[in-house]
Design a protein around this ligand. Sequence first.
Ligand code: SAM
Ligand code: SF4
Length: 444
Amino acid sequence: MGDAPRRFHIITQGCQMNMRDSQAMAGLLAGLGYESTDDPADADVVLLNTCTVREGADDRAYGRIGELRALKRRRPGLILGMAGCLVQKDRERVLKRAPWLDLVFGVHNIHRLPELLREAQDGCMPAYEVWDRSDKTAPLPVLPAARGGTVRGFVNIIHGCNKFCTFCIVPYVRGRERSVSPEAVVDEVRALAADGFREVTLLGQNVDSYGHDLVPRLDLADLLGRVHEVDGIERIRFTTSHPRDMTRRLIDAVAALPKVCEHIHLPVQAGDDAVLKRMHRAYTTAQYRATIDAIRQAMPDASITTDIIVGFPGETDDEFAGTLDLVEAVRFDACNTAMYSPRDGTPAATHADRVPDEAKRRRLYALNQLQERIAAEVNAGLIGTVQEVLVEEPGTRGGVLGRTRTNKIVTLDGGPELVGRTVAVEIAEAGSWVLRGRAAAVLV
Ligand code: SAM
Ligand code: SF4
């Protein structure tokens, strides 16, 4: 009998880019012979991949790492690690707050996980490595990925952000923009297709600025064209877009390429020009609405989703009313909403003119109520239509769950044999978040 395999468990907080980073960590650990386990109590290595976009994310991460400490008492020899954006922000302070950690590494050190893990296992000190940002001239490390599931895969196409919106900590923790070469993107997408994946999402904080730093220069429309040629991939998505960088050329490419799904996530953040200016977003509400019109002209059935922050410093009731007006006028399919959270080191955090928490909560509630009503109305309009649904996984309450091309979640009856198949589904019921339908035919 050989030794029992060593196991790892990774907890991911935050956005899809963190999900992809966790898959890279999983791939590196699998390369060392580790197996994944769903139960942290069963693992020899537990990693928490953190987010720091709002203060609540920091609190959740430190809370979780506190809970995980109990595992170390029960399982001596367990390596407990923390990674991700909060580590990048807090650096050594992470070890002051959680001295029981064995391993701490930043967002630019993921490829160093095998060495750092060895250090943590060999030494009596925690292994710690947080690089400021990856060397601009050094090639981006090619990271493996152990992806859960077999239907949707995520591929990073651009790292970092150059925009410096005044509320946002991302450029400080993720560094400046660096595009992945189109060859590397296409290779990764081909590998996904060979593994049976049907859908790919091209990821970045601002995918619309893809390629400006490459020689020869190219753009997201060019990249979509190249990814489109990969056989076996049926659907292509991309996120996140920036209103300032969304071009007519990109909209036309999305409309023209059949595999590229007609869903655009276009964060507006606020519906008032003075607030947008203070946020350093570099567009006006009129420009934003002109872009929405161009998308709808090119793709009348496109879904459009957004992110909005309420209670940005100095936001008056009138300025917030502008946000409600914009939401009412655009009729987004969905909206991620959040109360402004000051992030140390960002310009907005120094504004004295903070909106009281009570006003922020009131605004958030009003916005969510409005958006919920609009989403329910928009989705009700789909009842009786037939949608192409790519089935992703068994549902938690029976049946299966998939997505329309417009990124709406649909539940339907059926067994696991439907996972990975594209099904024509007649929509029978619709709520603000989820549609319910009947399979009319299995298409692919
Ligand atoms: N790059 C994207 C963009 O341009 O909108 C979004 C990336 S950001 C990580 C995701 C969302 O978090 C943002 O759209 C914003 O709404 C929200 N966010 C970022 N900083 C925030 C803050 N300080 N307080 C509240 N929400 C914040
Ligand atoms: Fe943050 Fe703005 Fe960059 Fe988005 S575009 S990641 S909100 S700085």
